[in-house]
Ligand binder design. Structure first.
Ligand SMILES: C[S@@+](CC[C@H](N)C(=O)[O-])C[C@H]1O[C@@H](n2cnc3c(N)ncnc32)[C@H](O)[C@@H]1O
Length: 219
């Protein structure tokens, strides 16, 4: 148990050394991630445009960031994080779909949402997965329409996720390079950001290889 009351499961060790990453490569985006999670005004038209441009330009090479090591933390979050199978999952910031296959296996239906059209254009079309271009701060989903909201290397918009998440639903937050992931929040901050919006919750966290994850269950 950590000090903030979330349950920490034993880490699953990495089988390879963690690639070196300069702090400049992740700290600035981590600051943005934290602002968005805690300050409702941190996400506006100007920032949206900047973020969208950044990822439209990264789309063509995004597939080079795939691989089993990068998907393993997501699979572990679903399994050891106790995320029920079936139902509808919203995959936030789905990019080119590198993380979609384990989600498509776990849930009945996945809605993969991304701001960047160039990312979605490169995503594989598959049965049981819808691709939607939208801003995750204003999801085209009715209240309580999602069983699970999944963020793999994706921003947390607590109020919006609380709006679309049904009672008893889960928010899954995965960082594939752990605390060196650019879009990253420590587990305690994932819980602290979501708690005011979700109300009563429980949470579990762990590490898998180079990645880390937190699963928050709404009461
Ligand atoms: C770091 S990439 C992660 C992509 C994918 N989840 C992965 O791990 O390979 C972040 C993705 O979030 C998308 N994104 C950023 N802000 C968003 C927003 N407000 N709404 C929807 N998608 C957003 C970006 O376009 C980008 O594709």
């Amino acid at each position: 148990m950590t000090t903030s009351g979330l349950v920490a499961l034993p880490p699953l060790p990495a089988t390879s050394p963690r690639p070196e990453r300069a702090p400049d490569a992740y700290l600035p985006m981590q600051q943005v991630t934290e602002q968005i999670a805690f300050l409702p005004d941190a996400w506006g038209a100007e920032r949206r445009q900047k973020v969208q441009e950044l990822f439209e330009n990264l789309a063509a090479e995004w597939h080079t960031r795939g691989g089993p090591d990068r998907v393993a933390p997501t699979v572990d979050a679903l399994e050891r994080g106790g995320v029920p199978t079936g139902g509808v999952a919203l995959e936030i910031g789905s990019g080119t779909g590198l993380q979609t296959p384990p989600l498509a296996e776990h849930f009945d239906y996945v809605v993969s949402v991304d701001l960047a059209a160039a990312m979605l254009c490169l995503a594989e079309r598959r049965a049981g997965v819808g691709l939607v271009r939208a801003d995750a701060s204003q999801l085209p989903v009715g209240p309580g329409g999602a069983d699970v909201v999944v963020c793999v290397n994706a921003f947390l918009f607590p109020d919006e996720y609380a709006r679309v998440l049904r009672p008893g639903g889960r928010v899954v937050f995965v960082s594939t390079s752990g605390d060196e992931t650019p879009i990253y929040l420590p587990p305690e901050k994932v819980v602290a950001a979501l708690a005011p919006a979700l109300g009563r919750l429980s949470a579990v966290t762990s590490q898998c290889g180079h990645g880390s994850w937190t699963v928050v269950a709404r009461a």
